[in-house]
Design a protein around this ligand. Structure first.
Ligand SMILES: [Fe+2]
Ligand SMILES: [Fe+2]
Length: 276
């Protein structure tokens, strides 16, 4: 059986969900909104890169896994767009941010070669392994008090990010080969990510200054235990090693439970917080 499963989800983003989904943690709510403003641009960027890489992948098992990766990412993007449309109904000024982030990824695709796009995708997807583990394991600090519809949606996304954490580096190694090229492009990758996150941050600051959204000076992960933050830092550094194997990362117990419940056909649209 493939390491990746495609699951069709049915999230709803009703207008009674607050713009900042967790009023008790504005900084983390902003981080979730920033993800929703950028994912509909970077996930299709990954998909485009994989589509272009597909004819170059010889291994049938990897081709099958890549198709499932694309299906998962396409669905992440679809739900982020639905979430984003709800945010835009509340704060239409953010349409410009969406357009600027999309334009930035379109420019990147036009101006760089396929091997860069595969390196970028692998670097980001490798980072999502430890980030997913961190978010899932510190979920009670980050999501408690938040709207369960958004919490469940974001946690689903990270469970699947954890599940498909191997695919992008496998594609990169199969098509481009040496991790040294990927490492030589990490700085350009980080600079581009900084550019898009600055577009979002500037917009949030301007909206907060006008009193249109709440603001917080806290780091989105300030309240998480120090040992989890330390482990996140060291695991992120580990993804930069040329011999890095994401399948060695330990699956969080909550993710394993989520995956078995989903496999058993349970509805997962309100998986967090679980009924106690
Ligand atoms: Fe995703
Ligand atoms: Fe992903």
């Amino acid at each position: 059986m493939s390491r990746i499963q495609y699951r069709k989800m049915d999230f709803r983003f009703d207008d009674d969900i607050p713009f900042q989904f967790n009023p008790s943690n504005i900084a983390f709510s902003d981080a979730v909104n920033a993800l929703t403003l950028t994912a509909p641009a970077f996930e299709p960027y990954f998909i485009k890169a994989f589509r272009d890489a597909m004819p170059l992948i010889r291994d049938e098992r990897l081709r099958a896994e890549t198709r499932l990766f694309v299906q998962q990412e396409r669905q992440h993007s679809k739900h982020h767009i639905a979430h984003l449309n709800m945010l835009l109904r509340k704060v239409p000024e953010l349409e410009q941010v969406r357009d600027d982030v999309n334009a930035s990824y379109a420019r990147l695709y036009e101006t760089k070669p396929l091997k860069f796009h595969l390196a970028y995708t692998a670097t980001v997807e490798l980072a999502f392994g430890p980030i997913a583990r961190f978010i899932i394991e510190t979920r009670d600090v980050l999501f408690a008090g938040g709207d369960p519809r958004i919490s469940s949606f974001v946690l689903w996304h990270f469970v699947e990010e954890f599940e498909h954490r191997n695919c992008a580096i496998d594609v990169f190694r199969a098509v481009v080969g040496s991790d040294l090229y990927r490492l030589s492009q990490v700085q350009a990758t980080v600079e581009h990510l900084r550019e898009t996150s600055a577009i979002v941050r500037r917009a949030f600051a301007a909206l907060a200054a006008e009193g249109k959204i709440a603001s917080s000076r806290e780091s989105p992960i300030a309240r998480t235990p120090l040992r989890d933050r330390r482990r996140l830092g060291s695991e992120l550094l580990g993804t930069l090693a040329p011999w890095h194997r994401p399948d060695r990362l330990k699956e969080p117990a909550w993710a394993s439970q989520w995956l078995s419940a989903a496999a058993a056909g349970e509805p997962m649209t309100l998986a967090y917080p679980a009924a106690r």
